[in-house]
Design a protein around this ligand. Structure first.
Ligand code: ADP
Length: 244
């Protein structure tokens, strides 16, 4: 579904060259939940932006569903960014002057869909993220966690098969952050491919695979125990509460 082949991305900054990504090969299968972890500056955001066609590699290839992004014309790239991939960023990036519901509907409006085509989906997504009662509030009238839930709903409004999340909990407290990761997990259980960029190992361990980056390279890939195994470990560690 998402394939990176020998991908390099360098930036020219102040006459110096920064090699942000240095030869990454990675295949993410349809329906997988992958976390990308690494210290600040290790290239995580660059990798995510390349996957979502927000950026192009300096060399190497990025393929979505077997199609090289370099072969896509502007219209195809716009379609990919608009409806094949949903994005959630650390900064919620909501439009301040319009309501939560209007923010969720925005991708559909930009793709010139008729209200009848997205109205029900907007309502369903606001319900999913627990914000039906606050649909008419402006972003400034919502907490950080609520704003990120609006951004999450907005990312799903075109029902993209892929969801890319760049430090989506970075500006949130633990509880609000957990709520976002729960939503990512639910979205994965509903069949979406999820790529989560984080520097938080606890959050990354909710994924099926963790890609470890350092200095623009993959150092190793690990598979955390699945949720069910974790639950088993907890039971073995503390004993079943009901039986004690
Ligand atoms: P991370 O997400 O792991 O913090 P990034 O992908 O944002 O890492 O950045 C990787 C490296 O590339 C860093 O050294 C960063 O400073 C550099 N970089 C990222 N974007 C740009 C840019 N637009 N111009 C110049 N350097 C950049």
């Amino acid at each position: 579904m998402i394939e990176l082949r020998a991908v390099h991305r360098s930036y020219e900054a102040d006459e110096a060259r920064v090699d942000a990504v240095r030869g990454i090969d990675l295949t993410i299968d349809r329906g997988e939940f992958v976390a990308v972890i690494g210290p600040s500056g290790s290239g995580k955001s660059t990798v995510l932006n390349l996957m979502g066609a927000l950026d192009q590699p300096t060399s190497g290839e990025v393929l979505l569903n077997g199609r090289p992004l370099a072969k896509c014309n502007r219209t195809e790239l716009a379609r990919i960014r608009g409806s094949a991939v949903g994005f959630v960023f650390q900064a919620f990036n909501l439009v301040p002057g319009i309501t939560a519901a209007e923010n969720v509907a925005l991708p559909a409006v930009l793709l010139r869909k008729r209200p009848a085509e997205y109205r029900d989906e907007v309502a369903r997504l606001l319900d999913l993220v627990g914000l039906s009662a606050k649909a008419d509030r402006l972003p400034g009238q919502l907490s950080g966690g609520e704003q990120q839930r609006v951004a999450f709903a907005r990312a799903l409004v075109m029902d993209p098969p892929i969801l890319l999340a760049d430090e989506p909990t970075g500006n949130l407290d633990t509880t609000a952050g957990e709520a976002i990761i729960d939503l990512l997990e639910a979205s994965h259980n509903a069949g979406r491919t999820i790529v989560l960029v984080t520097h938080d190992m606890r959050l990354a361990s909710r994924a099926q695979r963790i890609v470890h980056l350092r200095d623009g390279e993959i150092t190793h890939i690990t598979c955390p125990p699945s949720g069910r195994d974790r639950r088993l470990e907890e039971i073995l560690e503390v004993g079943e509460p009901e039986r004690r």
